[in-house]
Write a protein that binds this ligand. Structure first.
Ligand code: ZN
Length: 287
């Protein structure tokens, strides 16, 4: 198929041009056909072959909604995780966004085959998709990270806000018809782990996600004197994941200072915000 060959050829071109496997690399390419219900099985299968040839990771959005379960069952005779498996999408080089509708059995299988999951709680709640079984996934040995999905379903895209949402959503999660299960509840430390070391684990990286010798200097500093932390300063991790998400005072990415004194460096912010507003108004027909 012509268009499929074009997609695969362009994917190979981008990997060759930009993928950097070196330690502390800032650009890694993964092949990410959007979802099993929006691309052909052939493209999913061939993307997996290409990714393994080139040594890059595979990503797609899976088991997000109850509709997707019904669609995959009627079209392929398989539930989303079984369909992904039938296409070769299992292993430590694969991670899925969402996983809201993974069963307890799916969690065990994902843990055994080494797949990762990017939990996207804000998007899942905003779109009324449900809430992923994060605790069950972690207990089954699945590597779990946090994701923001995309700006169509998550306007903030704020990772600390996502950690807070993960913590809160784990505490209201229940099987339909049953009360939430306190055993599903994540702790403040769990939420911070998902936002940092969980992300590194899902991406198979041993050079980011924690502050340690030889790791990238990726760090944020938050001013606990901020009014929002009043009364919570005795517990910095709890403050960070339970209080309103802050704007950081300092942010360095791989040692480069990006935010200093609360200001984003190297960007004309008012002009950028004005342009963003203009594009947004045009897109929704207000211009
Ligand atoms: Zn998604």
């Amino acid at each position: 198929m012509e268009w499929q060959d074009a997609i695969l050829a362009d994917s190979a071109r981008l990997i060759d041009a930009f993928h950097d496997p070196a330690r502390l690399a800032m650009i890694r390419i993964a092949l990410a056909p959007c979802s099993p219900f929006s691309v052909t099985g052939d493209l999913m299968r061939e993307s997996a072959v290409l990714a393994r040839e080139k040594g890059v990771m595979l990503h797609t959005h899976l088991a997000e909604t109850a509709d997707e379960d019904a669609f995959c069952l009627s079209k392929f005779g398989l539930r989303p995780p079984d369909y992904a498996e039938s296409l070769g999408w299992t292993g430590p080089d694969v991670w899925f966004a969402h996983g809201v509708h993974f069963s307890a059995g799916d969690a065990v299988r994902l843990g055994a085959c080494g797949c990762g999951v990017a939990h996207c709680p804000s998007s899942n709640m905003r779109l009324a998709s449900g809430s992923a079984p994060t605790r069950q996934l972690l207990e089954a040995g699945v590597r779990v990270a946090l994701g923001v999905d995309g700006s169509a379903s998550n306007d903030g895209c704020h990772l600390l806000a996502e950690a807070r949402q993960a913590l809160h959503s784990s505490r209201v999660r229940g099987v339909p018809g049953q009360a939430p299960n306190p055993a599903d509840a994540l702790t403040a430390h769990d939420a911070l782990w998902l936002a940092t070391r969980g992300g590194a684990a899902v991406l198979n990286r041993d050079d980011i996600g924690q502050l340690a010798p030889g790791f990238a200097a990726d760090l944020i500093a938050v001013d606990l004197r901020d009014l929002g932390y009043s009364g919570a300063r005795h517990d910095p991790v709890g403050a960070l994941t339970l209080c309103a998400p802050p704007r950081v005072a300092l942010n360095t990415v791989n040692g480069r200072v990006i935010v200093d004194g609360g200001e984003l460096l190297g960007v004309e912010l008012p002009a950028l915000v004005e342009r963003h507003d203009a594009h947004s108004r045009r897109m929704i027909g207000l211009a």
